[in-house]
Write a protein that binds this ligand. Structure first.
Ligand code: TRP
Length: 323
């Protein structure tokens, strides 16, 4: 059976870009019976940039609520917090001793910050090693990721290869699983939707705030009467990522006909989100107010994850002479 594993760093509320680009596709994969799926909350990675415990708790709770609200079935998926499996820290240390310094120095996330080294902690520098440990610990075959994570996956493969070279075939070499049909959504300012750009659409907000969120999407300032170009409009792009083909074609025609304003398009997008995500929004509200239930679900996943992690670690420790 193929093992599929993916994680999301929880450094903010899960937004529409995460949901459409990563979470729903991962949940779809987990429903295929030929896979064993691992989905985890990368809450150790968040420590590289987020020191506050309360904020971390809040984001972990929100991320877990969102996964469950969107349909993750904890009976089918091994669903856990990265931090609750201590072996990942141990394996990170072992792997770090097989990771050449230049490989990490060339990683994009670090390179981007190389001119501000005083603000870079060692955790950020070895971020890719922890990610390799996340994957190799569970002997995952395939890792669904966005394009921005491909380099990290290459690093995981390289580290596993050099470890295997020294000790025999201990680790499975993971492969990236990239679905080119999945849209990268624009944020409300037209750049890629991302927490770091502060341009997200947050579908779990209460209705009035969600409405304001949608109304802030940037457009050009053409008058209602004008003929408009759907292909350069952020509202249309978001609408078409969620709507049926027929509804998308109808909106497209309205743009091309003129007489259809951006306000109306935003209203249509808002209504669509309310309808399409009615069930997840309702469930999210229940989960976000019930940490007890979430905690129980995560603990059950963690017990399963721990067992699989220990299988790998027994082999690794023996190979290294620690057992
Ligand atoms: N780095 C990933 C992100 O920023 C999160 C992540 C951590 C991850 N460990 C992983 C993803 C292992 C896939 C597999 O989104």
């Amino acid at each position: 059976m193929q093992r599929i594993l993916t994680g999301i760093q929880c450094t903010g509320m899960p937004h529409l870009g995460n949901i459409v680009g990563a979470m729903l596709p991962a949940i779809d994969l987990s429903r295929q019976p030929q896979h064993q799926t691992f989905i985890f909350l990368a809450d150790l990675h968040t420590l590289t940039t987020l020191p506050e415990a309360e904020v971390r708790r809040k984001y972990v709770h929100a991320a877990a609520s969102a996964w469950l609200a969107l349909g993750l079935d904890p009976e089918q998926v091994i669903f856990y917090r990265q931090s609750q499996i201590p072996a990942v820290g141990e394996l990170t240390w072992y792997l770090s001793c097989f990771t050449p310094y230049p490989m990490l120095a060339n990683a994009h996330a670090f390179k981007d910050k190389r001119d501000r080294l005083a603000g870079v902690n060692a955790g950020l520098f070895i971020y890719p090693v922890l990610m390799a440990a996340d994957i190799l610990l569970y002997q995952a075959n395939r890792v669904p990721v966005g394009k921005d994570q491909l380099q990290h996956l290459e690093i995981a493969r390289d580290v596993a290869t050099s470890f295997n070279h020294q000790y025999g075939s201990i680790f499975i070499l993971p492969e990236a699983l990239i679905d080119r049909n999945i849209a990268t959504l624009p944020g409300i300012d037209g750049q890629k939707m991302s927490k770091s750009y502060n341009n997200t659409v947050d579908i779990f907000l209460p209705e009035p705030e969600l409405r304001q969120n949608i109304m802030r999407i940037q457009t050009d300032s053409l008058a209602i009467d004008a003929v408009k170009d759907p292909d350069t409009c952020n509202v249309y792009k978001l609408y078409s990522a969620l709507a049926t083909e027929v509804d998308t074609a109808t909106m497209r025609q309205k743009y091309l006909n003129g007489g259809y304003g951006y306000k109306a398009a935003k209203e249509a997008l808002f209504d669509l989100i309310l309808v399409k995500f009615a069930v997840p929004r309702r469930r999210f509200n229940a989960y976000i107010n019930d940490w007890g239930t979430i905690n129980k679900i995560l603990q059950a996943g963690e017990a399963k994850a721990m067992e699989i992690a220990e299988e790998t670690m027994c082999i690794v420790r023996k190979a290294l002479g620690y057992a």
